[in-house]
Design a protein around this ligand. Structure first.
Ligand code: SF4
Length: 364
């Protein structure tokens, strides 16, 4: 592709973006902190879902300093239900590092940004181009799809050679002026016109440059990997009551899928194991106590990216032993009404809803 065609594509994207850009709260700000928070939230979460979380998060932590001064449980509480909690943990860790190494100023170089926890090439490119108006490509899943079609890239999307090729193509397109608007334009084009299924090519500003369109490949590109069946796990959760009417909760270690969140003790069922045996085993391994398993509360289905679970919750009575944090990070006896102050996963929130509701069950 010649420099003139690249220039022409960039100009059309900029003109299209000026007329059709989505009205999003983080677009009203050029504050690098606001842009950083929005970009982290938008990884793996839909725009409509992100908006209220973004507004609430910024009202809780309006500056890098406020975020760095907060405790991790406070940050996780503000992130509760948005999933992919490593993003919140990394955001918090990076804010602390920015306070320590950069006196609270978000760094303005690629190397400094990508050295921070949770900031990869895409986020660095978005912050540099949008907040600091620097020439930097930003290739997210929407941009990847547009580029694969525009240049008819037929190698599988997940392969690293394809990823490198796409970054090279993106760098080749960025204009001298208005890189941030150009990157946002490509993202919006992928989100609203060049969609995963049935792209609206008739509305596309770069249709006559699009190699996939010319070769009628827009419905088969990008080439993605076929997913195998998603494993389904049976998992147990114990709502353990003591004689004072308090409930025992445990905090997960900070690493892993739901790291740092609170939970009801319990875990994955082994083959051939009954749910009651599974519960007693996990409670013993996690907290070193013995419980009596009583009546079932509810069974909750939940899907994560790579697996699904059915979470079976039971009322249990504390029988013996003082809780100790054996495999969990912390534990607490608390009242039903105080559970709302702790950050739980979506599946655990459904159990809380079931034990708080007079009908005993909540919507899945
Ligand atoms: Fe996507 Fe169609 Fe535009 Fe090509 S012409 S970039 S396939 S919307």
């Amino acid at each position: 592709m010649t420099a003139k065609i690249s220039h022409d594509i960039a100009e059309r994207i900029l003109a299209w973006y000026a007329r059709h850009q989505r009205d999003l709260p983080w677009r009203k700000s050029l504050d690098p902190y606001h842009i950083w928070v929005s970009e982290v939230m938008l990884q793996q979460t839909q725009v409509e879902t992100v908006i209220p979380y973004y507004q609430r998060f910024l009202s809780c932590f309006p500056t890098v300093q406020a975020l760095a001064s907060a405790s991790l449980p406070e940050v996780l509480k503000a992130w509760e239900n948005m999933g992919y909690y490593a993003r919140a943990r990394n955001l918090h860790a990076a804010a602390k590092e920015i306070m320590k190494r950069f006196q609270g100023e978000i760094p303005q170089t690629w190397d400094d940004l990508t050295a921070l926890p949770g900031i990869g090439d895409y986020t660095a490119g978005a912050i540099l181009s949008v907040a600091f108006d620097q020439s930097a490509a930003a290739v997210d899943s929407n941009v990847r799809r547009v580029l694969c079609r525009l240049f008819a890239v037929e190698t599988p999307l997940h392969e690293s050679r394809t990823q490198q090729h796409l970054w090279g193509l993106a760098w080749g397109l960025i204009p001298i002026k208005g890189t941030g608007r150009f990157n946002q334009g490509l993202m919006d084009l992928g989100a609203t016109v060049c969609t995963p299924k049935k792209p609206a090519c008739v509305l596309c500003p770069i249709q006559d440059c699009c190699r996939a369109y010319k070769r009628r490949l827009q419905d088969v590109l990008p080439v993605t990997r076929k997913r195998g069946p998603i494993p389904h796990r049976q998992v147990t959760a114990a709502v353990i009551w003591n004689d004072c009417g308090r409930v025992l909760i445990a905090r997960r270690p900070n690493q892993g899928l739901l790291g740092g969140l609170w939970k009801f003790p319990g875990g994955k069922q082994n083959p051939g194991e009954s749910l009651a045996t599974c519960l007693r085993r996990h409670v013993r391994e996690e907290l070193g106590i013995q419980v009596r398993v009583r009546r079932p509360i509810t069974s909750v289905n939940h899907a994560y990216t790579h697996f699904r679970i059915t979470l079976h919750a039971f009322h249990c009575a504390h029988r013996a032993g003082e809780p100790q944090p054996l495999t969990c990070a912390d534990w607490r006896w608390t009242t039903l009404s105080r559970l709302k102050n702790f950050a739980f996963s979506k599946a655990d929130r459904k159990i809380i809803c079931a034990i708080s509701s007079p009908k005993g069950a909540c919507q899945d």
